[in-house]
Ligand binder design. Structure first.
Ligand SMILES: [Zn+2]
Length: 122
């Protein structure tokens, strides 16, 4: 018969034997936090600790405070900071664009640029 290891895989998933079974749960208190969007979050804390001044809102994640209406307005983060058009407009003004376009048209009329369909076979 094979000898069984005392440390089997399924034993690792069981609850630790260091839990105080049967003892009363730690006394808790529920504290209300309010974010700038007026969402209420109510986490529970042990009664023997100082509650934090701020708590992340359970709805929007913005900082929530103990006093309703006193939360700082959350700065809204844009997922896409800039569009390609905005990047273009950061680099060039409309006048720059007109000048570049005029140069490109002049070069095309002069024959510096190949026709877009040139060299393509049907
Ligand atoms: Zn919120």
């Amino acid at each position: 018969m094979r000898r069984r290891s005392s440390m089997r895989g399924n034993r690792l998933t069981l609850a630790s034997n260091q839990v105080d079974r049967g003892s009363p749960p730690v006394a808790r208190r529920v504290v209300d936090y309010w974010c700038a969007a007026d969402h209420r979050s109510s986490p529970a804390f042990a009664t023997d600790i100082d509650v934090p001044e701020e708590w992340p809102c359970r709805v929007c994640g913005a900082p929530a405070v103990l006093q309703r209406g006193a939360a700082p307005a959350a700065s809204r983060q844009r997922i896409f900071p800039r569009t390609p058009y905005e990047f273009l407009m950061m680099r060039r003004t409309v006048e720059d664009g007109e000048r570049v376009l005029a140069e490109a048209i002049a070069a095309m009329h002069k024959g510096d640029y190949p026709h877009p369909g040139a060299g393509r076979r049907p």
